[in-house]
Design a protein around this ligand. Structure first.
Ligand code: GDP
Ligand code: MG
Length: 161
């Protein structure tokens, strides 16, 4: 089914992105999705959910000793989030660059955090920080059946055929 996908290494790389509760409240979901679409990445998973404490504890397990961890979980559990999986060449690193620095005060204008947020405690978006972490986070947030295998009609224009 994916026979026309080019041989460029890493074109099937995937990353987990989540618009956090503050981004949903502030009606930024559409603008955020648009940045990934216009860049040329392919959407392969999308859902709105209220993340459970259990999911968030697993998602942020590596931060559980940080002083801000309890407030981070309360923040992430405070309302619905929009989780998505984006696919494309180098998508993990490119997404981190699109998203900008964790601290919006350091995030460059033109990045999502740099354009739409001010404080580290409300930085509107999550993105996986490595290919390995992305695979674990996608498995945590999405069932296999929720991830779409589909061919983008502009594939040969975004990549080399
Ligand atoms: P990210 O990968 O850029 O999201 O950053 P981290 O993985 O280091 O931290 C995860 C999330 O925890 C960040 O996006 C922030 O929402 C939150 N966070 C990180 N550092 C701080 C901090 O110093 N204070 C507060 N309040 N939140 C933080
Ligand atoms: Mg992180």
């Amino acid at each position: 089914a994916l026979s026309s996908t080019s041989n460029i290494p890493g074109v099937r790389e995937r990353t987990l992105v989540a618009v956090k509760p503050d981004g949903v409240q502030r009606r930024l979901v559409g603008q955020i999705i648009q940045r990934f679409e216009t860049r040329g990445f392919k959407l392969v998973g999308l859902k709105m959910l209220q993340a459970s404490e259990d999911l968030l504890a697993q998602h942020y397990a590596s931060l559980n000793r940080k002083p801000f961890y309890p407030s981070l979980l309360r923040y992430m559990n405070s309302g619905p989030v929009v989780a998505m999986v984006w696919e494309g060449h180098n998508v993990v690193k490119s997404t981190r660059m699109l998203v900008g620095d964790t601290n919006p005060a350091e995030a460059k204008p033109g990045t999502i955090r740099g354009d739409f947020s001010i404080h580290i405690s409300r930085n509107i978006i999550h993105a996986s920080d490595s290919v390995e972490v992305a695979q674990a986070e996608i498995a945590l947030w999405f069932r296999r059946s929720e991830l779409m295998e589909w061919e983008c009609c502009d594939h040969g224009s975004v990549y080399q055929l």
